[in-house]
Design a protein around this ligand. Structure first.
Ligand code: SF4
Length: 238
């Protein structure tokens, strides 16, 4: 099953559910808008899986080593490099995208190429140098032809992301694109309906916005993305 209704790195046009959340979902204050609470997803903690090597990994490097050896789904067959993610272990913000593209597969680094450059600019706009952010994807190996990751691939790979978040303990998570948001929050809601809310993953605030690759194709999404990113920036300041 392919994850439905993603407006991530794919070429989908906006769907009915991708319009901004209704004004009633936003609480107005004199100097800011505070989005309403959204989904709270709290998967079982690591302690319940003490014999799992992923859960026993004590550093991001350990997780990356496990990813490099992973053959838990068919995406391993076509990869050149695994793309575990990069950034400091004490990052205040974790950015989660969908999966590696061709350049990411070639370099082993997340969010490089044009979409990566745009992400870097987005982060600079909120005065957050890219090298202070942990940047990663839902799946760590490139889906062929840049298709969406399939359900079984996401399910196989999510434990790596969960462990990375557990190790970094960020103040906020920015989920970019429908696949990232749906996978992280375990929901099938559209990206449009997930925006303008503060969700929670194991208690950590999650803001949902468009994927930079989608912004390159649909520049009119830049304004709502900027609104979302400023919400994430406020969470870091709080
Ligand atoms: S995508 Fe994830 S689960 Fe699949 S082989 Fe790569 S690292 Fe393993």
């Amino acid at each position: 099953m392919i994850l439905a209704d993603s407006t991530g790195a794919g070429s989908q046009e906006p769907e009915a559910g991708d319009s901004p959340a209704p004004a009633s979902a936003v609480i107005q204050t004199p100097d800011s808008k505070i989005p309403a609470p959204g989904i709270s997803f709290d998967p079982p903690s690591a302690d319940l899986f003490a014999n799992d090597p992923i859960q026993r990994a004590t550093s991001l490097e350990d997780v990356a080593t496990l990813i490099a050896a992973c053959r838990a789904c068919k995406l391993c067959d076509g990869r050149t490099n695994t793309v575990p993610g990069e950034g400091p272990a004490n990052a205040r913000l974790v950015v989660v995208g969908e999966g590696p593209g061709r350049t990411e597969d070639e370099t082993g680094r997340p969010f490089v190429g044009r979409a990566g450059e745009l992400l870097t600019k987005i982060l600079e706009a909120i005065k957050l140098p890219r090298d202070q952010v942990f940047i990663c994807n839902i799946v760590k190996c490139r889906p062929p032809e840049n298709r969406l990751p399939q359900y079984d691939e996401v399910a196989a790979c999510l434990p790596f992301l969960h462990r990375q978040i557990e190790l970094v303990k960020p103040k906020a998570i920015l989920a970019m694109g429908g696949t990232a948001a749906q996978s992280l929050l375990s929901t099938k809601q559209s990206l449009g309906s997930l925006r303008n809310q503060i969700h929670r993953f194991r208690g950590i605030p999650v803001v949902v916005t468009y994927h930079p690759a989608a912004l390159l194709r649909n520049p009119h999404w830049k304004r709502p993305t900027w609104d979302d990113v400023r919400i994430a920036a406020r969470l870091l300041d709080d």
